[in-house]
Design a protein around this ligand. Structure first.
Ligand code: PGA
Length: 264
């Protein structure tokens, strides 16, 4: 696992966006196949999306041959609801880039048969050639996508029940009323994420510090599902100083030294 540490969220987000842009551009040079990008919602990726949009506007990046799969969506929240992840993605990314809408995939939280919708989603990912890079955030409880603590590390896309903690944290988007936060969501599984060729996890702010410490220094455990990244051959965490704050100083120094050595 690599850990890239920047002073603040903005610098870390710019690093992440350029990393993603370089990966998309590198594949375009050697292959006609689309780049398959896994995407996340939440406050964390907003700056990264803004930088990706800037790169598109500057002519340095194109999403014309990019296929996207989002991590999750609430169950039974209307698509047009401002807090649906469909709305989020339009607002923060898709409305600002040159992506072909037919290449955009999000789970339908209003599908008649939710299980079929989840099973089909896995099949669509496979049919697209698998995910090249999955971008994610982490929850304060260490969740990746909506894989709450004690989700199987082998889990696949399915309907999940959100913990009270997650609903409380997300109530900031729903008039601070936990009762307005859907109790269920559909989420890619931990294994859906770790199947990606690369996984890039963003974590910002001291509220993520405990989860990040568990993910990096704790055991690989279903109690902190993002810790599954420890078994991934190409996992990268991109964080700010506040989020790495609960890790040991020696871990911090090591990650900095690795980055310095590899940039020479
Ligand atoms: P956040 O959510 O980006 O809004 O902090 C991250 C997550 O819950 O995975």
């Amino acid at each position: 696992m690599k850990v890239i540490i920047r002073n603040d969220e903005k610098k870390a987000s710019i690093w992440a966006a350029h990393y993603i842009a370089d990966a998309i551009n590198a594949k375009a040079k050697t292959s006609k196949k689309p780049f398959v990008l896994g995407l996340a919602t939440g406050s964390t990726p907003i700056e990264t999306y803004a930088e990706l949009a800037r790169l598109v506007k500057a002519g340095k990046l194109s999403f014309k041959n990019v296929v996207t799969f989002n991590m999750d969506e609430y169950v039974a929240l209307p698509v047009e609801h401002p807090e649906s992840y469909h709305s989020f993605m339009d607002k923060y990314l898709f409305n600002h880039i040159d992506i072909d809408r037919k290449n955009v995939h999000l789970l339908d939280g209003n599908a008649k048969d939710l299980k079929k919708e989840c099973d089909d989603y896995e099949k669509k990912i496979v049919a697209a050639g698998g995910i090249d890079l999955f971008l994610g955030g982490i929850g304060e409880d260490g969740h990746i996508a909506f894989n709450e603590p004690f989700s199987s590390l082998n889990s696949r896309t399915r309907v999940v029940t959100l913990t009270e903690d997650t609903r409380k944290v997300n109530s900031r988007f729903f008039d601070n009323d936990i009762n307005k936060v859907p109790a269920q969501a559909m989420s890619v599984g931990v294994a859906t994420v770790t199947d990606a060729k690369e996984v890039l996890i963003l974590a910002f702010g001291s509220k993520k510090a405990r989860a990040l410490r568990d993910a990096i220094e704790g055991p690989c455990s279903h109690a902190c599902t993002v810790s599954a990244l420890q078994l991934h051959p190409a996992g990268i965490i991109v964080c700010d100083e506040a989020a790495i704050g609960e890790c040991k100083y020696n871990s911090y120094k090591y990650f900095k030294a690795v980055e310095e050595a590899e940039s020479k």
